[in-house]
Design a binder for this molecule. Sequence first.
Ligand code: SAM
Length: 267
Amino acid sequence: MLPSDFPPANKRLGQNFLIDHNIVRKIVAAADIGQDSTVLEVGPGRGILTEALSAAAGRVVAVEIDPLLCQMLENRQAKWPNVEFICADALSYPLDQLPVGTIVVANLPYYVSTPLLFRLLDARRRFPRLVLMLQEEVVDRLVAKPGGSEYGVLSVMAQYAADIHKSFRVSAQCFRPRPEVGSAVVRLLVRERSGLTAEAEREFRLLVKAAFAHRRKTLINSLRDEGYLVSRATDVLNRLGFPLNARAETLSVSDFIALTGQFRETN
Ligand code: SAM
């Protein structure tokens, strides 16, 4: 089937299709896939990446939201017998159906990439690594270090869960239609142990969100505005030897882990 047989790109669904086979090869190489691997692809689109994943992996589960594309892809099923096309929203697809060890490879729809990323990271115990094409600005936030304006909730939560490397930038010329924003591929190697119990992790997440909720304020004032007691927050910062005028963006992931521990101890 020729690409022209496909329906026109639906912008609302973030459909910027890759057309460059060299980029596809680089993405697949970064994912380190073997014939015994299961791969989850979010948004197979017209199938350019799916085809390469099908050749490299033992099994590919490809979740596509667009029913028109699903129909076209299912028509090609015979070409790729090891691909299971699932016509569903990846935000509600039950990820626990996938085997532990599944590798995630996707050119994510940018309009929904952050919630998808959080969802994938929440299920990370089954995903040793994720290789994702994202808006470059999101990649820069993922890898940001403390101190800069790009460093925030996404950086802390993602770096807590994984070692993250910006692999390479991708020119808008490699897509049709061309995206209006820059793109880059990022590799996330999930940490086997992240150091907090499930309950502590929930508190960590709430704390990080509250800390960054009011970026112009000090950490204590931002936490106060989100319902934390000033006296308790002051006590915790003192115990850790952090300045009382510290701001969230100056704290590292391990500082946030330490803060969570102290809040739990002083509870
Ligand atoms: N993988 C293809 C490629 O590289 O050319 C398509 C990538 S395109 C950027 C994103 C794809 O994700 C589109 O096919 C779009 O329809 C699909 N999509 C958008 N939202 C989705 C969602 N919530 N769940 C699953 N797929 C989605």
